[in-house]
Ligand binder design. Structure first.
Ligand code: ADP
Ligand code: MG
Length: 264
């Protein structure tokens, strides 16, 4: 297991988000250190994706703050994420359906481009070199994921499991320091989930990972630390063993008004 003594990359402090009369998050705090996988679990509607949206700068909290490497993020917007080296995947796929698999992954590598806007517009100078370099890098990522054969395909023509791999490749191609994964195992087969777990552990050697996931076996197996949300509040936090032994967690899942349940 990875050490937890390193300074956190990401800290959420007392995050409160209201949508009209609904409190989606109520004073939620958590931290992710490099080299660790932190699980964020809880019944449907608990606020997990909303927390990702706050970290991503998509949703701005009414209270609380996000710290990145110890410094508060003031005006935090989605387009700042790549430069800060934070990457995310989305619940569902969120791939560009009209772009090839390779181009989808190149979008994720864009942070690495060095060309200026005029160079990009004229397709000259550094842009040409960038274009080639990003293409090579994206292709290498596809090879690493074992899906290079799918490079020229449109995502919609591929099996769901392969599309999930493409989304993952797009997220990690630019070497993020923090990776946010929103239900990466949903829709995958048992064998695919096992492979995914191994891959996430490998990622965590290079970066911090915040994982939202309903598959409890996977969460318990690969997380160093778990935070449990229910109705927007942290009801438990600790190691997998501590979470499994906490009656408040069982109660939240059993009492949850959800068709999916924790293993869906
Ligand atoms: N943009 C939004 N506008 C209004 N309500 C929202 C919005 N996003 C999420 N919610 C509500 O906030 C609560 C938490 O949602 P979400 O973060 O998606 O939960 P989870 O990911 O844990 O299933 C839910 O009640 C959801 O309906
Ligand atoms: Mg969600």
């Amino acid at each position: 297991m990875a050490t937890t003594t390193a300074d956190p990359l990401l800290e959420a402090e007392g995050i409160t988000v209201r949508f009209g009369g609904l409190t989606a998050l109520n004073g939620v705090s958590l931290a992710v250190a490099p080299g660790t996988v932190v699980g964020l679990i809880g019944p449907n509607g608990a606020g997990k994706t909303t927390l990702f949206n706050v970290v991503s700068g998509v949703v701005h909290p009414q209270q609380g703050r996000i710290l990145w490497k110890g410094a508060p993020l003031g005006d935090h917007r989605p387009h700042h994420l790549a430069k800060r080296r934070i990457a995310r995947t989305f619940q569902g796929l969120n791939l560009f359906p009209g772009m090839t698999v390779l181009d989808n992954v190149i979008v994720g590598a864009d942070r690495l481009a060095s060309g200026t806007m005029p160079e990009m517009l004229t397709g000259l100078g550094r842009y040409q070199r960038d274009e080639r370099r990003l293409r090579e890098r994206a292709m290498a990522a596809l090879e690493e994921f074992g899906i290079a054969d799918a490079a020229r395909a449109l995502p919609g023509t591929l099996p769901y499991g392969v599309q999930k791999q493409v989304a993952l490749a797009r997220a990690v191609v630019a070497d993020p320091q923090l990776l946010l994964l929103d239900e990466p195992a949903s829709g995958l087969s048992g064998a695919e989930i096992t492979a995914l777990g191994k891959r996430i552990r490998e990622f965590s050697e290079q970066m911090g990972v915040l994982l939202v996931e309903h598959h409890m076996d996977l969460v318990m197996e690969i997380c160093d630390h778990i935070v449990v949300l229910n109705f927007g509040e942290v009801i438990s936090a600790g190691t997998p063993a501590e979470i499994q032994a906490d009656p408040a967690v069982t109660k939240a899942y059993l009492g949850a008004d959800t068709e999916e349940g924790p293993d869906a």
